[in-house]
Design a binder for this molecule. Sequence first.
Ligand SMILES: [Fe+2]
Length: 351
Amino acid sequence: MTHSEHILIVDDDRQVREVLHQIFLGAGYKCRLAGDGREGVEVFREMKPPLTVTDLKMPIMGGYELLQQVREEEPDAAVIVLTGAADVKTAIASLKLGAYDFIMKPVNVDELLIAAERALERRNLLIERRQYQELLEVRVVEATRGLGKLYRELQDTYETTLEALGSALDTRDVGTESHSRRVHGYALATAREYGVPDADLTDLAHGVLLHDIGKIGIPDAILLKPGPLTPDEWQIMRRHPEIGKLLIEKIPFLRGAVPIVYSHHEKWDGTGYPLGLRAEEIPLGARIFMVVDAFDAITFDRPYSKAQPFDVAKAEIKRCASTHFDPSVVEAFFKVPEALLAEIRRKSLES
Ligand SMILES: [Fe+2]
């Protein structure tokens, strides 16, 4: 059996030291010798041997202290303690401190070599296991980072798609581009005043952006008709909430937008469509949308009506609270500072 590993032998008894030296040399190990704990620590620092075999009772510095310093220096260091019968207690204490084994004097050669081999094996195993653990942790961190990046890219992609879809709808409708961007801003501000939890704001935003997506299914001849619609044409036009619902309810990340898409023409007093829902039967997101959509319609130029000042719009909204609009949503909307409304409006024209 040949070993290339180094063993540090620490014993104050020169004879014992030599015997140990010969035993380990005979088994193929390379050895360094030290006559007490302090010298042992010095040699250890210099060569960091994988295994140290030390006597316990020595002048200047004993084996127990040596063990402490060696383990502090190198947590992976394997140490075997040699002890006389009188020192068994200290030997056991040294196990608690991280010694791999203790061996009673007088030393039995086989026992010593087996203990040394076992200690070195155990040390290697511990190191390998820790390295594997570290590698695993690095891999997990990398994988998580990769996933997070992918998720953010996906998120960005679909937000961009939604916005593009929103403006495309605006354009196709009546040329009120940037309408959905404004209504989106007004709706979020109102929702915050109303106390809608942050977690629900994404669904609200999607619903607002896509509220009229069902108009994709309305023929241009009706959608873009310059004059007033006939009753038959109105009937077709009024199907857009349902078409919108059918379009998006099967798309998992848009499912939260369905309540607004489907109910954005319901009115507080039950005179809206498609279901004629009343009051709180109407989803909150749709009730918020109704108010801010009306505000934008009044305060922004449309093909057939000139933009009105904010206070005119607010008076009109107040007049229709409890008929068209949820009065508590109106209240929340009135709490949104006018400076913020103006800022949202200005920004929607910029981009
Ligand atoms: Fe609509």
